[in-house]
Design a protein around this ligand. Structure first.
Ligand code: CMC
Length: 395
């Protein structure tokens, strides 16, 4: 009817006003609440970043201590959750399990069900930040048939996650400070990214007044796809495939396939809707990659070499240059995670763990806005005009 603006993929529609994250896609700049991502990744830890995203300011020492205490108070999940988990096949994809587990939280915590109540939202926020690492580690332990490890509150957020992932009742996990810091940095870099598909999903879902845990589960479901959070898994599998086919010598052939419009092959971990320059998170990730591989004595890691060679060739190729396609955060994050020992199918679940704080901060911002309304996009109708139903024999 022409009454509405047609904007498939929301290429030019602002769905909200927001004061949380700022991206300058041409410059390749990312700020959380005004702070450059490079400074946050270098000078702050993930829980400080969570405080910043949720409350608008970095905490002072006292605020940090009480926020950390609050989060660590909630790291355990209801014991019943393990029986819920038991219903899954052991070979289920961790994101399938996570979609279910996060949604199931809404069945357990009855003091945080009302999304319109700021107290309920606050407690749901803390619970989610605290419990996501526990749930991801449980999903992992379940798939490999090991006992779940309870959280240890004297450890850091990232250190505790590594403990729950890799310790067993027989053997503690010795957390290397370099790997712990690298994982914490992965969490910081993934914590928020303004109105991406999963965040917009959480806002839309929450706008109906649904349970806050259910809204976050919707975000997890959206993040799963390879065009979004699933790209880290897809990028690493792509590198493995090229390596299997012959490594660096096969890059040319692979790039040819990517450029062939009929092939449907994409260079995973490349390109972004907003960044038309190098993703600043990819730069930090590449740096972290070097540190982690150095710590592990894997400076000559063939996969890292392959990724660097692939990046160099792509950045010199007219196809990528003319379309302003640069590496995004997912191009190097998989190599870091794999070096830490995290299995490939878990990569996107770790992205979800880290993005949870961003989802909640965005949800809070929307619901705290007195002008917020249920999200309800309109359409341009293109189907049949009005017609009459014919008796079945005449159709
Ligand atoms: N490999 C090959 N060609 C690409 C790629 C790629 N990775 N990305 C974009 N293009 C081409 C695309 O085919 C199109 O070409 P043409 O103009 O000839 O049709 C042009 O570049 C513009 O791309 P688009 O698909 O219209 O851009 P978009 O904003 O709709 O998509 C994207 C953005 C991230 C979905 C896309 O770049 C992509 O699929 N990348 C690979 C997956 C990926 O790495 N995703 C992670 C994104 S960052 C983290 C996150 O969001 O979770």
């Amino acid at each position: 009817t022409g009454m509405f603006t047609y904007d498939p993929g929301f290429m030019s529609t602002a769905s909200c006003e927001s004061a949380i994250t700022y991206i300058d896609g041409d410059k390749g700049e990312l700020l959380y609440r005004g702070y450059p991502i490079e400074q946050l990744a270098t000078n702050c830890d993930f829980l400080e970043t969570c405080h910043l995203l949720l409350y608008g300011e970095l905490p002072n020492q006292e605020q940090k201590n009480s926020f950390t205490k609050l989060v660590t108070n909630h790291t355990m999940v209801n014991e019943q959750m393990q029986f819920f988990l038991r219903g899954f096949r052991r070979d289920a994809h961790p994101m399938a399990i996570m979609t279910g587990l996060v949604g199931a939280l809404s069945a357990f915590y009855h003091d945080s069900t009302d999304i319109n109540n700021p107290k309920h939202r606050e407690i749901a926020a803390i619970r989610l930040i605290a419990k996501m690492p526990t749930l991801v580690a449980m999903a992992y332990k379940y798939t490999i048939g090991q006992p779940y490890m309870y959280p240890k509150n004297e450890l850091s957020y990232a250190g505790n996650f590594l403990h729950m992932m890799f310790a067993t009742p027989c053997e503690p996990y010795k957390v290397s400070p370099v790997l712990e810091r690298a994982l914490d940095r992965i969490f910081i870099l993934h914590a928020d990214h303004e109105q991406n598909a999963s965040t917009s999903t959480v806002r839309l879902c929450g706008s109906s007044g649904t349970n806050p845990f259910a809204a976050i589960a919707a975000g997890v479901a959206c993040l799963w796809g390879p065009a979004h959070g699933g790209a880290n898994e897809a990028a690493l599998n792509m590198l493995y495939d090229i390596q299997k086919a012959g490594g660096v010598d096969k890059i040319g052939e692979f790039i040819k396939q990517v450029k062939d419009k009929n092939s449907n092959v994409k260079l995973m971990g490349f390109g972004h809707r907003v960044y038309k320059n190098y993703d600043p998170r990819a730069k930090l990730m590449q740096e972290t990659c070097r540190e982690v591989l150095g710590e592990l004595g894997l400076e000559n890691d063939p996969l890292f070499k392959l990724a660097m060679a692939l990046e160099k060739i792509a950045l010199e190729d007219e196809y990528f240059v003319s379309r302003k396609l640069y590496p995004n955060v997912d191009f190097y994050s998989g190599i870091v995670q794999r070096a830490i020992g995290i299995p490939v199918p878990l990569f996107t679940a770790i992205f979800a763990l880290a993005r949870t704080v961003g989802w909640i901060a965005q949800l809070n911002e929307m619901i705290g806005d007195p002008e917020y309304k249920i999200g309800r996009p309109r359409q341009l109708f293109e189907g049949s005009p009005k017609r009459d139903v014919q008796p079945i024999a005449k159709r």
